[in-house]
Design a protein around this ligand. Structure first.
Ligand code: AHM
Ligand code: MG
Length: 342
């Protein structure tokens, strides 16, 4: 990973996307437009997140405050911002969001360029907002196969494996705001400079360090994990294996924040299936696949234990899958344990 020298060169998200676009021939800029749009939407979301403690936007959606005004939950607000950002650009054919049961199609648009589908979790970890914990927006961009036809987007159009995504990324609203994305050519991070209101390149070509420094799981669920998962956690926590001697438990309960830290320091995040209910928690389209693409582009990996997350062909918009994500060696070790117990 190379860090740009104190932001001196002022490579912004905008200029970087343009530069990457020029590397491709026959590119008309419609894809770049989608990424830029996400950048703009995330700046608006960040401004709302920063004011969360000041203005009356916390609390239960739809409830009425003392002034008789409707309160809007921050995640609903973030969802509306993302939707509004996408609805006005013709290169977006449709979108699906964690916040809504069904997808939205933008049909009947006279547009003959490449079109894209976007999938997003507008504000992941939002249950932590009241405690001032870092939260984030996760997104994925998929090329729409029926791009030049005027046919309607269907649910099945979203059911493509993560490996076919054109781009994926997240924005973390933490002690600073960062936009991290990949288009399949490495992972790049931009820090929002609040004085100029621009995302400035701060982390070019991020690679996950080959050390398991952080172990992130909700360990109170231990009794609800299968044998392979228990052995995996026990090995990281208690074994004398050199690889795990410096590992520490680190769990925020906010996926973007946990993932981002582990991406920079090295480590594993996992949310396995609860064997008592047989239910995994995290969503494939809005959380697992985009972060898996980032992980793999950074030299890491994501797996359910039996399948690489990027190879799963979705069959539901809100499909949930178990996930172990982070350093490749450790994810592969998890897969070996799953094999051992199967
Ligand atoms: P959300 O999409 O409703 O915010 O749920 C996803 C969140 C992740 O951010 C986080 O890693 C996980 O759920 C925490 O779950 P738990 O509280 O069970 O540990
Ligand atoms: Mg979420």
């Amino acid at each position: 990973m190379t860090r740009s020298s104190s932001f001196r060169d002022f490579e912004t998200l905008e200029s970087y996307i343009t530069k990457q676009q020029k590397l491709h021939v026959n590119v008309r800029g419609t894809f770049s437009q989608v990424l830029r749009r996400i950048g703009v939407a995330s700046k608006i979301i960040e401004s709302k997140v920063r004011k969360a403690g000041l203005v009356d936007i916390l609390g239960v959606n739809g409830s009425v405050n003392v002034q008789g005004e409707h309160q809007v939950k921050l995640d609903d607000m973030a969802n509306s911002i993302m939707k509004a950002a996408f609805s006005v650009i013709p290169s977006i054919a449709g979108m699906a969001t964690e916040e809504e049961e069904d997808f939205t199609a933008f049909d009947n648009i006279e547009f003959d360029g490449s079109r894209y589908l976007v999938m997003f979790d507008p504000l992941d970890g939002s249950s932590n907002v009241d405690a001032n914990v870092s939260i984030g927006t996760i997104f994925a961009v998929l090329k729409y196969d029926k791009a030049t036809s005027k046919s309607s987007v269907t649910k099945e159009d979203f059911f493509k494996p993560g490996r076919t995504l054109s781009a994926a990324g997240y924005v973390i609203y933490g002690s600073s705001t960062m936009f991290v994305y990949t288009t399949g050519q490495g992972v790049h991070g931009f820090t929002l400079d609040p004085e100029i209101g621009e995302f400035v390149l701060s982390h070019e070509n991020i690679k996950i360090p080959d050390q398991c420094k952080c172990f992130s799981a909700n360990e109170t669920n231990y009794n609800k994990w299968d044998q392979a998962t228990k052995e995996f956690a026990d090995t990281i926590r208690y074994s004398d294996d050199k690889r795990y001697q410096k590992a520490s438990s680190r769990y925020i309960g906010s996926l973007v924040a946990d993932f981002h830290r582990n991406l920079l320091y090295g480590g594993i995040y996992m949310y396995p299936t609860d064997v008592t209910t047989n239910k995994p928690k995290l969503r494939l389209l809005y959380e697992c696949a985009p972060l898996a693409m980032i992980a793999e582009q950074a030299g890491g990996m994501a797996s359910t234990g039996t399948q690489n997350i990027l190879d799963i062909v979705p069959n539901q918009l809100h499909q949930r899958v178990p996930i172990v994500i982070g350093n490749k060696k450790d994810v592969e070790f998890y897969e070996e344990l799953v094999k051992k117990y199967s």
